[in-house]
Design a protein around this ligand. Structure first.
Ligand code: M6R
Length: 356
């Protein structure tokens, strides 16, 4: 059942600390800073990686791309339905990774079959033991999120991002100082998410923007997939118009849509060059009178330009996007709830899409 929550989605949002502990269990060694994923013991370091996925899982794949690139391995993410009809050639020793919570998404299965047919090695990152993807791929890693009932993916996205860190460390990482920091950030992640859940002000923030025209989400780097995911979740369960943009793309067109009735959710974590540039983009929307909600760890001065702040604890650059995502999940949930939407079963959608 829903264990006292009004919706499965809210229950699953609150299950994230537990889901992530399950996913991390036995896979982190804090002393050495090493990650071990038993299922991946027989997978070598790939020379290049293609991800194929749909929807939320595609956003997870975009996050995975950057992890591989940081590890020195060229990687690309493809929308599975596009890859299935004209896959990019996979070079020798290339690995094609299908990211799919259900393991049954027809588009993703078709892309993987196409890749396998061309001789690529395939790996499934999935939640469902014994699913079609798990049976068909050469290798499988489980995200161990536990069953997800809500049509809108919530905890499984967090589990995918966490698992991608483990996957990349295990295939391409080393026991360096950097790895140790990541391992300790991953260990702290369930507690950090709990803190976001306990202290969020998302419900009060959405009340300010009921009835507005459209909702935009912006981010840069690892916060770009989070912006895309924030917008997908928002449109899926609120039925309101929402779009996610790379923060730097706004001025190349979308800025024309920005008014005093289009709140912009800006994900800004850390205080590096990327954060500073995104703050520049925040100033651009502010100058067009758009309300700004900053989702931030407080390291930069983005709060100065924001009407509201959704705070997350300070953490590692790889885990910060996951904490920001939890705030955006709550934004979508509370807006949908205020609008009386069918949150667990949005119109026109199914939990797993088994047609191409
Ligand atoms: O089961 P999969 O991860 O393959 O599903 C892919 C998409 O259909 C799925 O993520 C969809 O976008 C969700 N409903 C988003 O909340």
């Amino acid at each position: 059942g829903k264990s006292g929550y009004d919706h499965y989605m809210l229950k699953e949002i609150h299950e994230q600390p537990t889901a992530l502990r399950q996913g991390l269990s036995g896979r982190l060694d804090e002393l050495s800073g090493r990650v071990t994923v038993e299922e991946l013991d027989d997978v070598g370091t790939p020379e290049t990686v293609h991800f194929v996925a749909c929807g939320t899982s595609y956003h997870a794949a975009l996050y995975g791309v950057e992890l591989f690139r940081e590890a020195g391995i060229p990687a690309q993410a493809f929308i599975a339905s596009e890859y299935a009809t004209g896959p990019a050639p996979v070079p020798e020793n290339g690995l094609v990774i299908g990211v799919t919570q259900s393991g049954e998404t027809a588009d993703t299965l078709a892309a993987l079959r196409e890749a396998a047919g061309r001789g690529a090695e395939t790996l499934a990152l999935t939640n469902v033991v014994g699913s079609t993807v798990a049976r068909e791929c050469d290798h499988v890693m489980y995200i161990r999120s536990g069953p997800e009932i809500g049509v809108a993916a919530s905890k499984t996205f967090s589990s995918q991002l966490t698992s991608l860190n483990l996957l990349v460390e295990s295939l391409a990482g080393g026991a360096t100082g950097d790895s140790r920091e990541l391992v300790s950030a991953l260990r702290d992640l369930p507690g950090d998410i709990q803190q976001v859940l306990d202290e969020t002000t998302a419900e009060a923030v959405v009340d300010e923007y009921l009835g507005d025209d459209a909702f935009f989400f912006i981010g840069r780097g690892q916060n770009f997939p989070v912006a895309l995911e924030g917008a997908l979740k928002f449109k899926e369960i609120t039925y309101e118009h929402a779009e996610g943009f790379a923060a730097g793309e706004l001025k190349h067109g979308p800025l024309a849509l920005v008014t005093a009735r289009t709140p912009v959710f800006a994900v800004v974590t850390g205080n590096d060059e990327r954060a500073r540039k995104t703050i520049g983009n925040v100033k651009e929307v502010e100058a067009r009178d758009a309300p700004v909600v900053a989702v931030t760890d407080g390291q930069s001065d983005v709060e100065r330009y924001a009407d509201h702040v959704l705070s997350i604890p300070e953490t590692h650059p790889r885990t910060a996007p996951m904490l920001a995502n939890v705030q955006l999940q709550l934004v979508s949930y509370h807006m949908a709830d205020r609008l009386g939407r069918s949150i667990d079963k949005p119109r026109n959608l199914a939990k797993s899409v088994t047609v191409e």
